[in-house]
Design a binder for this molecule. Structure first.
Ligand SMILES: Nc1ncnc2c1ncn2[C@@H]1O[C@H](COP(=O)(O)OP(=O)(O)OP(=O)(O)O)[C@@H](O)[C@H]1O
Length: 361
């Protein structure tokens, strides 16, 4: 569903704005630090109920102000206009979909799917294990609300289990280990399945876009690898119990697994160039969006924040030609980028300066 209008009050450096965004592609062009990412962040915020840059809503509130609000209208069909609105006041967030309060964020994720291509995505390739796992968890959560619940349950059990380890409560650990392993195995299975499903697409796209002759493979490395039965894993973690009690943490399970990009069996993040890793992160987002569309029959919104900057002209063009099907795409550009070349017939262009927006043309 395309976003046709965005209204913001006190969102980051944007005091107030009402923007018409009724176009398949919307470009935001401006110098550094003017508010381009902020406007993309507001769209993401309206799709997920959280930011991709911070967990703290207070940070989104304009300095020296005590509240902010964001809302977007979008078409379900040309006759059926919907509105999502989020307000934050006295440190309380209120999310409303067509005037009705939403209490579980799952409901807005389902409502308006959105995929952000942002600078930090390079961490999917060269970042710490939790950042790399995030790619898989985001992919699975996007199309499967059950996975969101599964992760929530696992995180809760993990927290309790770590607490029991610190308390040396072996009787309760015996009970919790069962659930810990069951939920953990389910998460690992889903992550492994999605990794093998993505592998051939990833290889094809990488050689097509990067023109890198040698293959880069994706591998999910499980801390419980080679163990397919629950009892085997239970034995494995019980054998580690003394060590875990000593350290007060669960040393294996999906929260310790790794996503690896391998070139000739070594970690590509150690040898790839920044441009190559940027490409991999873009390709991962493309595959994520394509997979979402294939499984749900719906097209997401795409938000592309400055991610083409590190690529040479040929690769930029190849990335743009390979973008997944989208309902609408928002892009940010610096004024000296050749964005005019990517302009389509109905593209809307806004100039961004000090949190203000001026429509061009
Ligand atoms: N809570 C806030 N209140 C007021 N201003 C803020 C707040 N948070 C961020 N800013 C301001 O927003 C600006 C950053 O905007 P943004 O991140 O959108 O930059 P940008 O236009 O995308 O630039 P770049 O190309 O450098 O990424 C900075 O000037 C920053 O000081």
């Amino acid at each position: 569903m395309p976003v046709t209008a965005i209204k913001l009050i006190n969102f980051r450096n944007i005091k107030q704005c009402e923007l018409n965004t009724d176009a398949p592609e919307v470009f935001f062009v401006g110098e550094n630090g003017q508010g381009k990412t902020n406007i993309l962040e507001s769209v993401y915020y309206l799709c997920y109920g959280t930011s991709f840059r911070t967990r703290e809503d207070s940070i989104l509130c304009k300095n020296d102000e005590s509240f902010f609000s964001a809302s977007a209208s979008y078409f379900k069909s040309r006759e059926d206009i919907n509105e999502i609105a989020i307000s934050w006041k006295n440190r309380v967030k209120n999310i409303r979909l067509n005037g009705k309060t939403i209490t579980d964020r799952k409901d807005i994720i389902r409502n308006q799917p959105c995929i952000i291509f942002c600078h930090d995505d390079i961490g999917f390739v060269n970042g710490p294990p939790e950042k790399r796992r995030l790619f898989l968890d985001q992919t699975l959560s996007l199309y499967n609300p059950y996975y969101i619940d599964l992760l929530r349950k696992y995180k809760k059990i993990l927290k309790t289990r770590n607490h029991l380890l610190r308390e040396n409560n072996t009787a309760l650990l015996d009970v919790y280990d069962e659930q810990f392993v069951e939920l953990g195995m389910e998460i690992q299975k889903k992550r492994e399945e999605i990794t093998s499903l993505f592998e051939p697409f990833f290889k094809d796209k990488f050689s097509e876009i990067a023109k890198f002759k040698e293959l880069v493979a994706i591998q999910y490395q499980s801390t419980w690898s080679g163990m397919n039965e629950k009892d085997e894993i239970l034995n494995f973690i019980r054998n580690k119990r003394k060590y875990e009690i000593l350290n007060g943490v669960s040393s294996s399970g999906p929260h310790r697994d790794k996503l690896l990009f391998l070139h000739r069996d070594s970690d590509f993040s150690q040898i790839g160039s920044t441009g190559q890793m940027r490409l991999i992160s873009l390709i991962l987002r493309i595959i994520q969006a394509e997979f979402y569309s294939r499984t749900t029959g719906r097209k997401p919104l795409l938000l592309l924040d400055d991610v083409l900057l590190e690529l040479d002209r040929e690769k930029r063009i190849r990335i743009l030609e390979n973008l997944p099907p989208y309902e609408q795409a928002f892009f940010t550009f610096l004024p000296n980028e050749d964005y005019v070349n990517y302009h389509k017939e109905n593209t809307m262009v806004y100039e961004v300066k000090s949190g203000g927006f001026k429509k061009r043309g």
